[in-house]
Design a protein around this ligand. Structure first.
Ligand code: SAM
Length: 315
């Protein structure tokens, strides 16, 4: 349960806020006056930063009041925070908030046209800076790492059952960690001796121990890449994105706008491949947009973000 203060506030700073919300708002501005009431789907509501700015911009567009921002997140803490943050917008029918994953979001939309779709992938600062969710080894917490606390298996349950080969593959594929095999061997070895790491500090310690001594205390923490890989696996992040591309993108109306902000090369590759189909998409920019230096200085997490924008040509 979130404290009252936590429930009202977010630590997350939205990335590329103006280009994303301008792009989506311009899509609404371009709709014919007699367009059917539709939705702009923010399927990664997170701290609500992009949705809040979008609502501000929509309030300045004549006729936009018949459309709704539909915010979805699979994290219950994010849902509670946003229910507090957007109480007025929900009460006045400008917004809807739903708990669920991308793979479930189409059912919230029903037959309404999608005029905009935003996915700001990965974790929010509220998740990564949480002291209890297990996303970061900065705090000692049980090995959970699930974005949706009500579904799936925790990291600890997964580590208790995974084979050494699969563990090494995950760490390599999603973390590009060159010590993946050694890390997997170490964890499986500890498990065999009844000493499986049960919290973030012991897992980070076990990972660090396989690194050569000269690398243990240099640069980024040796467990960083492995933690990222495990998070992607536990939350099936690539599979979710594939589902969104397969089920959500074709549901976007003709002229509907899609904005995908990714933080991992595998995610960006999936989006890039999809947008390559020029019969289906018009691309305002060939290359992905990235945060400029001033944004990176203010918000270092924006450094690795890549934004791809597309306009759906056919529905
Ligand atoms: C980077 S944050 C979004 C931040 C948000 N744009 C803002 O401005 O505050 C990503 C959010 O998406 C959610 N999320 C990630 N993958 C998801 C999925 N497959 N389905 C639903 N929500 C997801 C996470 O729980 C997290 O709250």
């Amino acid at each position: 349960m979130l404290s009252e203060k936590e429930a009202e506030t977010t630590r997350h700073i939205p990335i590329l806020l103006e280009p994303i919300t301008d792009f989506l708002a311009d899509g609404i501005r371009a709709l014919p006056a007699d367009s059917k009431p539709g939705v702009i789907l923010d399927c990664t509501l997170g701290g609500g930063g992009h949705s809040a700015r979008l609502l501000e911009k929509l309030s300045l567009i004549a006729g936009a009041e018949k459309h709704r921002v539909l915010g979805v997140d699979r994290d219950l803490d994010a849902i509670s925070r946003n229910q507090a943050r957007f109480r007025d917008s929900v009460a006045t029918g400008k917004m809807e908030i739903h708990h669920g994953a991308f793979s479930e979001s189409m059912k919230f939309i029903g037959s309404r046209p999608i005029y905009g779709l935003l996915a700001d992938l990965g974790v929010s600062s509220d998740q990564i800076d949480s002291e209890s969710r297990g996303f970061s080894f900065r705090f000692n917490a049980p090995l959970d790492m699930r974005m949706n606390q009500t579904k799936g298996v925790s990291l600890l349950e997964w580590l208790e059952n995974v084979s050494e080969t699969e563990l090494a593959e995950v760490i390599w594929k999603y973390g590009e960690e060159r010590f993946s095999r050694k890390i997997a061997r170490r964890i499986v070895d500890l498990r065999g001796r009844g000493q499986i790491p049960k919290d973030t500090h012991s897992l980070a310690g076990a990972i660090r121990s396989v690194f050569p001594p000269s690398m243990r205390h240099q640069g980024i923490h040796p467990a960083t890449r492995t933690f990222q890989a495990l998070r992607i696996e536990i939350n099936e992040e690539l599979k979710e994105l594939e589902t969104l591309i397969r089920e959500g993108f074709p549901r976007t109306a003709t002229g509907g706008r899609i904005a995908i902000l990714s933080f991992h090369s595998l995610e960006d590759r999936l989006v890039k491949e999809e947008f390559r189909n020029r019969d289906l998409y018009e691309l305002p920019f060939k290359k992905p947009l990235q945060a400029d230096e001033s944004e990176v200085t203010l918000n270092p997490r924006s450094r690795s973000a890549k934004l791809r924008l597309a306009i759906r040509k056919v529905s």
